[in-house]
Design a protein around this ligand. Structure first.
Ligand code: CO
Length: 182
């Protein structure tokens, strides 16, 4: 088996995270992208990853609520997804995001959602989800619309995390300055 491509995480406040992602074609290049996204997600200890988080403006999500490559039965791939319905009671749950290392905040989201997408073989699927997997899909779907954890947290949490958020901005600026000197 060939090695999946290696991707680095794109961190807040990289502007690609604010773009609306675009539909993709299902082909061999996409299979490699998906394999590389799972590799990045597992290596970083995540349960979900959206393509903008590796710098690509593509409507591709991978997730595994088990967070464990030894439990591939939990893997889900959503290509060109549309969240067609959100319903049920609003629930509050602590979320993290690989693009906001070390930052966790409570986010309110509806309990259930229905998502239409293509699976990794390009077959259309419609999934009715609830609980943890519904939450992960809603979080990752936000990434495709340019919506981030920082937008979903309470004003109090944003204030509490101000130092960490500013540190990420400084880190991003240093990266830009370094790239400009090359
Ligand atoms: Co995220």
């Amino acid at each position: 088996m060939t090695e999946p491509p290696a991707y680095d995480l794109t961190l807040y406040p990289d502007p690609v995270l604010r773009k609306r992602s675009e539909d993709v074609a299902v082909d061999d290049a996409l299979s490699a992208l998906v394999a590389g996204m799972f590799a990045r997600m597992y290596a970083s200890g995540g349960v979900g990853l959206a393509a903008p988080q590796i710098g690509l403006k593509k409507r591709v999500l991978v997730l595994n609520p088990e967070g464990d490559p030894a439990k591939p039965e939990g893997e889900m791939v959503l290509i060109n997804p549309t969240l067609v319905e959100r319903s049920g009671p609003a629930t509050v749950f602590e979320e993290g995001c690989l693009s906001f290392p070390g930052i966790y905040a409570e986010v309110e989201r509806p309990e259930r959602c229905v998502v239409r997408a293509l699976d990794r073989q390009g077959q259309p699927v419609e999934l009715s989800l609830e609980g943890y997997v519904s939450r992960i899909v809603q979080h990752e779907y936000d990434h495709l619309e340019g919506v981030l954890l920082v937008d979903r947290m309470s004003a109090a949490d944003r204030a509490r995390h101000r130092g960490a958020l500013e540190a990420l901005v400084e880190r991003y600026k240093r990266g830009l300055a370094k790239a400009a000197r090359r």
